[in-house]
Design a binder for this molecule. Structure first.
Ligand code: SF4
Length: 769
């Protein structure tokens, strides 16, 4: 497949800001920007109507109130009392910098404005009718030539549940990238599920907590809905809660903490075991809970006995007395003690064991589903597609085995026990002919794993279909580009678990605040268009399945029917959420099937995967380098990718407002550079002759790139970091900065397939600014 240049985009820089300075300042604590701190609640210059939205910039649905004048969104604020965007009832709703940036996103001239298909090697604008018809024709040809099972569904950040209906069930591909597991926090998600507390164990019941450990998380600045930062601050203010941050970087959360433990990266598993050692030895654990509700404690006790604090001090760089102090504080506050853990301890080769050891601490102190502890959060249930669909249709993927489990080539990867394809294995599967095409929605795989190999893979594929709002590494190189409407231009329905309401299931939704801009369409309408075109092209009647709904709102209303609600009820004109059901703490007391597992030998497929990876099933210390890159020799520094309140999922880089705020946060806004920054300690910068604002070259064993240096004591000596998602393969308008994934090869956690973001590098001055 040949590639054409960027089409339809403007490279104009920073047309919108400098006005964003106020927003940057307000983003400092909690990243929250109250409506009072930001633009005025009521825009000046004539009558504006109000509507609602749900923010999807980090996918966590903070409610948005939109002020609309003449068909344009002229202002945005939060929604008071919103489960994700406020601190609970009668509290102000706000938006973080990313949420506010949707004001720009909606009307951003850099968006993809028209459908495109590749003709004679170039992407060319076509009508929607032609785009749908061409898509159906290419999908039919692809299936005849390659088989549906070689099309990869890479649409996992999708909020519309019908993506899997279209690609998996109707088209028939069993192949999917599990992006949540493989590029976000697989070890945390998977371990929580295996240990018995579910994959959502990572957010504690903040408001009722008295001891909060932010473990590898900058939760006041990079969060999953703003309730998290607000809940943490409320716990400190109202409960006198202690906040401890365990992080190699001195983050904003560390700054606000009672204690910062500047741990050496990838040694979290040793610290967790040493804390268990103290808690068990001093009999501070919840013996009643351990005895009656857990499995595998003997194996855990043995592993902890092997990690006294003095030994952990050598490994982690944290003094033994500090380890004892935090272990005691956590256990003594329990069960009102919670550990917040997510990507920081997951995105490394030994992440599976690290998160197992950390999660085990919760079972040890019995803080499971108790006030202030680790909650078993609950979702509100809406009706599934199958439940509201009145037509029969064939599940064409049902009897197809995913290639990852079918072929011997992948038997070296224990990860194959998870049926979805590990992100970093895709290029190899393309080389082997087991993947020949991809459908990507609102995402760019090139910034989440071995980028160079991914670029080659995309170029080799027979069919690349991109559904996106921006030109990025995939859409620029696609055969078909279908421009997607942004959040404020479409109806939304969201349901989540953790929130500012610890005892309520909730639901949030909104009708489109404005019409789709330019010639774009909401993702629901795009999928329906493809399905209807497939019905015509194939004559298969079940592709007409979406014709039973008048529009997306009709479909949403059907999903809400089990709650006796409609979208109109939720988007009431006052707020855009509903609390639908209450639930209690300690649900496990009435659940005979509940067991908290310290040892995972009961979980067959994972026990097999662990054995193949040479790990035990019990908590265990696995040093850095045993799985993952070794630091040393020509590559003496440890690099790891991070995210910030300005950019998440590597997808908010097109927004000038955010890039300017980010430059200001790094005190480099006077520079004509709006890429990502390499943060390094003066102890590493000085011998290399590097100062803040210098361009530096970062090189790993397999790749290299250039970005601007920020020299700061906030970074631990020996360790360097940069935010990911920039560079010429991303949606960054001028390609400034670096796609940090060019430093990566195929590193991954062998159990879950999580991309390992810790890489051995060397840094040198690039000789200019
Ligand atoms: S926390 Fe996430 S969902 Fe909430 S406003 Fe920010 S980007 Fe949007």
């Amino acid at each position: 497949m040949s590639t054409g240049g960027r089409d339809g985009t403007s490279l104009t820089r920073r047309t919108l800001l400098k006005a964003g300075g106020a927003a940057a300042g307000a983003a400092a604590l909690g990243g929250c920007l109250s409506s009072g701190d930001g633009p005025a609640d009521e825009p000046s210059g004539g009558e504006a109507t109000t509507a609602f939205g749900n923010c999807w910039m980090c996918s966590h649905n903070c409610g948005q109130k939109a002020y609309v004048r003449d068909g344009s969104v002229v202002n945005l604020t939060g929604v008071d009392g919103h489960p994700r965007g406020s601190a609970g009832p009668d509290t102000e709703g706000t938006l973080c910098p990313k949420g506010l940036a949707q004001l720009d996103k909606t009307h951003d001239p850099k968006r993809i404005k028209e459908p495109h298909v590749r003709k004679n090697g170039e992407l060319q604008k076509v009508s929607w009718d032609e785009a749908f018809q061409y898509t159906a024709q290419r999908l039919v040809e692809f299936k005849e030539q390659n088989g549906a099972e070689t099309l990869l569904d890479a649409t996992s950040w999708a909020e519309t549940p019908i993506f899997s209906t279209v690609w998996r069930e109707l088209y028939g591909t069993p192949e999917r990238i599990s992006r949540g597991i493989h590029v976000c926090a697989g070890p945390t998600f998977v371990t929580g599920g295996m240990m018995g507390v579910g994959s959502n164990n990572r957010v504690p019941d903040y408001q009722n907590s008295k001891y909060i450990i932010a473990w590898g998380r900058n939760q006041l600045n990079s969060f999953a809905g703003q309730f998290e930062a607000k809940g943490t601050l409320e716990a400190i203010e109202k409960n006198g809660a202690k906040l401890v941050t365990i992080d190699p970087q001195h983050t904003i959360t560390a700054e606000k903490s009672d204690k910062w433990l500047p741990i050496k990266p990838r040694t979290d598993g040793a610290l967790a075991l040493a804390m268990a050692n103290v808690i068990i030895e001093e009999e501070l654990y919840d013996q009643e809970f351990v005895e009656n509700y857990t499995y595998g404690f003997d194996a855990y006790r043995e592993a902890a006995a092997d990690m006294p604090p003095e030994e952990a001090a050598e490994i982690t760089g944290i003094p033994a007395d500090e380890i004892r102090e935090v272990a005691r504080g956590f256990a003594e506050a329990a069960p009102q003690a919670g550990i917040s853990v997510w990507t920081g301890t997951s995105q490394m080769g030994n992440g599976w064991k690290a998160t197992q050891n950390i999660t085990a601490l919760n079972g040890l102190v019995g803080n499971i589903d108790r006030p202030g502890g680790l909650r078993l959060w609950e979702y509100a249930s809406t009706a599934s597609f199958g439940e509201v669909c009145e037509m029969d249709y064939t599940n064409r993927a049902e009897f197809k085995e995913p290639a990852i489990t079918k072929y011997d080539e992948y038997s070296d990867y224990p990860v194959r026990h998870i049926t979805d394809i590990a992100h970093n294995l895709v290029p190899e599967m393309v080389d082997n002919g087991h993947i020949n095409g991809i459908v990507v929605h609102h995402d760019d795989p090139l910034k989440d794993g071995n980028a160079d190999a991914w670029i080659e893979a995309i170029e080799k594929m027979d069919l690349v279909l991109s559904i996106d709002a921006y030109w990025n590494g995939v859409s620029r190189n696609a055969d078909i580009v279908l421009p997607e409407a942004t959040q404020l231009e479409k109806d939304t329905l969201g349901t989540g678990n953790w929130s500012a309401y610890p005892n309520h299931k909730w639901i949030t939704g909104s009708k489109a605040a404005v019409d789709p801009q330019w010639n774009t369409k909401p993702d629901f309408d795009i999928l329906v268009g493809i399905a209807n075109a497939m019905a015509e092209e194939t004559g298969e009647e079940d592709w007409t399945v979406f014709q039973q709904w008048d529009d997306h709102e009709d479909f949403i209303d059907d999903q809400l029917s089990v709650l006796d609600l409609t979208l109109e009820d939720i988007d009431s004109g006052e707020v855009n959420y509903e609390l639908v059901e209450s639930y209690d703490y300690e649900k496990w007391k009435d659940n005979d099937n509940f067991t908290f597992r310290f040892d995972l030998d009961q979980v067959g497929s994972f026990a097999q995967a662990a054995e193949e990876a040479g790990m035990t099933t019990a908590p265990e210390w696995i040093p850095p380098g045993e799985y993952g890159d070794e630091i040393g020799g020509d590559y003496p520094l440890e690099f790891y990718d991070v995210r910030s309140v300005f950019f998440s999922h590597g997808s908010n880089q097109p927004h000038d407002r955010l890039r300017d705020q980010f430059a200001k946060r790094n005190r480099l806004d006077d520079e004509d550079y709006r890429g990502n920054y390499l943060h390094l300690n003066p102890a590493d910068a000085e011998p290399r002759g590097i100062e803040s604002g210098d361009m530096v070259r970062v090189e790993s064993r397999t790749g290299s790139g250039e970005l601007m240096a920020v020299v700061s004591e906030r970074a631990r000596p020996g360790f360097v970091t940069a935010e990911y998602g920039f560079g010429e393969t991303s949606a960054t308008p001028d390609g400034e900065g670096m796609n940090t994934m060019t430093l990566h090869d195929k590193q991954m956690d062998p159990i879950t397939g999580q991309v390992d973001r810790h890489i051995a590098v060397e840094v040198e001055s690039a000789g200019g600014e």
